[in-house]
Design a protein around this ligand. Structure first.
Ligand code: C5P
Length: 218
């Protein structure tokens, strides 16, 4: 039996990360936040005072990314997020990170029956055959507001206008790049969380995933 794969894509602060964690926990599936791979790549480049836009430097960093790095809280800064979207536009970086993601989906760790992967191109490029594809989105203003709260909760001083602008720049890079741009797969279920709280978004996703899981078999 092939693993049951749930692909969740969407822009920053759309709520896809929270949703992915909850779906994984509810159905006892493995979870991979693929943004952490791009953040780890960017972090390695920045830590060595490198240029995230330099192809050779970024590709070398992508090849050095180790799963043990993915929980490092230093990956969560806005500087790393911005640099992540710069390295993510480089095709050689995406190629270097692809195998790890496909391996995770094909052989979910812990002997689990499936995996949830969240990112920007899971349904379109990494796992085009996923049993479920969700595209989670929300207005830019609502996403900037969520990110602002998140930053303040972590004790980071932040201003709404700056967060909104950063978000706009990152969206433009993620949507506008030629290599695997942020986009909903044609067979994705769209969940717009603009007017939904985390519980409501989870309920919508739960329904879709439960139906697909029943069709997938035990
Ligand atoms: O999701 P997160 O904000 O952690 O992602 C950081 C950046 O990594 C994104 O802005 C995007 O440029 C890149 N990314 C990507 N493909 C993915 C996941 C993340 O290009 N599957």
């Amino acid at each position: 039996m092939l693993p049951f794969v749930v692909a969740i894509d969407g822009p920053a602060a759309s709520g896809k990360g929270t949703l992915a964690r909850r779906i994984a926990q509810h159905f006892n599936l493995a979870h991979l936040d693929t943004g952490q791979l791009y953040r780890a790549t960017a972090f390695l480049v920045l830590a060595a005072d490198g240029d995230p836009g330099d192809q050779a430097t970024a590709e070398r960093a992508a090849r050095r990314v180790d799963p043990a790095m993915l929980d490092d809280p230093r990956l969560l800064t806005e500087a790393v997020a911005q640099a992540a979207s710069v390295v993510a536009a480089i095709p050689a970086v995406r190629r270097a990170l692809l195998q790890f993601q496909r391996e995770f989906a094909a052989h979910p760790p812990g002997g689990r029956r499936g995996a949830v992967l969240d990112g920007r191109d899971i349904g379109t490029a990494v796992c085009p055959d996923a049993a479920v594809k969700l595209f989670v989105t929300a207005s830019r203003e609502v996403r900037a507001d969520r990110r602002l709260r998140e930053l303040r909760q972590r004790g980071v001083a932040a201003i709404y206008q700056n967060v909104l602008q950063d978000m706009g720049e990152r969206d433009a890079r993620d949507e506008g790049r030629r290599a695997a741009p942020l986009a909903a797969a044609s067979d994705a279920v769209i969940i717009d969380t603009t007017g939904l709280d985390a519980d409501q978004a989870f309920e919508r996703a739960l329904e879709v995933v439960a139906r697909a899981l029943a069709a997938h078999g035990p």
